[in-house]
Design a protein around this ligand. Structure first.
Ligand SMILES: [Zn+2]
Length: 223
């Protein structure tokens, strides 16, 4: 292994991210989805063939195309800015100026260092300064940024930054608690561990407001 491979492996296993922006090239969307699927299909074929798999077997025949479509259209579909949820907001006609918390939003993402799943929950909060968003919009924003090769810290920040932009306020927070299958199923195989990341904007930097948000997350919702 060359020195730079060793260096990158180390960064990978420590899951360090140095940038809040997904490292996309400028030409990322010059190619149509169908062209990408055709190319990735060949790449997946190549990986499986190199591993010694017999791609003429009925069970494996459809795998390269299935994986290519899943990458482009589903699990990495959130790379495409055209798929970003629309930024529509409503006036806060109820004059509800307290904290609104949407908790236990399911997160399915993919670790960009190992291309293995990150599975967990996001808890998102904001305090309206006049605008509100539909509750499902918060889920859709989480899902959009999750559907990329990701780093959990970056995902947390991207969700907060997008909601700040949509709502026109700094008073936004997000906590994500997730399991990384690259940690849980391989490497040190720590099945129980999960990773918590948090980003607190504006009023949430205040100890009391932050505590209120974290207390709501702990509430056990019965219904
Ligand atoms: Zn990983």
């Amino acid at each position: 292994m060359c020195k730079s491979d060793a260096f990158h492996d180390e960064i990978g296993d420590d899951h360090i991210s140095t940038n809040d922006h997904t490292p996309l090239r400028a030409d990322a969307f010059n190619m149509a989805d169908d062209e990408k699927i055709a190319l990735i299909k060949k790449d997946v074929e190549s990986i499986l063939t190199t591993l010694g798999m017999d791609l003429t077997d009925d069970s494996l025949k459809g795998t390269p195309n299935r994986v290519a479509k899943m990458f482009v259209k589903e699990i990495f579909g959130g790379l495409n800015p055209a798929k970003k949820p629309s930024a529509s907001t409503f006036d806060n006609k109820y004059k509800y100026n307290e904290m609104l918390v949407e908790k236990n939003i399911v997160v399915y993402s993919t670790c960009e260092h190992h291309l293995l799943p990150i599975v967990g929950r996001a808890h998102v909060a904001y305090i309206s300064n006049g605008k509100v968003v539909g509750l499902s919009k918060m889920n859709r924003i989480v899902d959009f940024y999750a559907k990329r090769p990701q780093v959990q810290e970056r995902l947390t920040i991207q969700i907060v930054e997008e909601l700040k932009r949509v709502l026109g306020t700094e008073d936004v927070a997000c906590v994500i608690d997730a399991k990384h299958l690259c940690v849980n199923s391989r490497g040190i195989r720590d099945i129980e561990s999960s990773t918590v990341t948090a980003e607190f904007g504006g009023a949430f930097k205040n100890e009391i407001t932050r505590r209120e948000f974290l207390d709501y997350i702990k509430l056990d919702t019965q219904f």
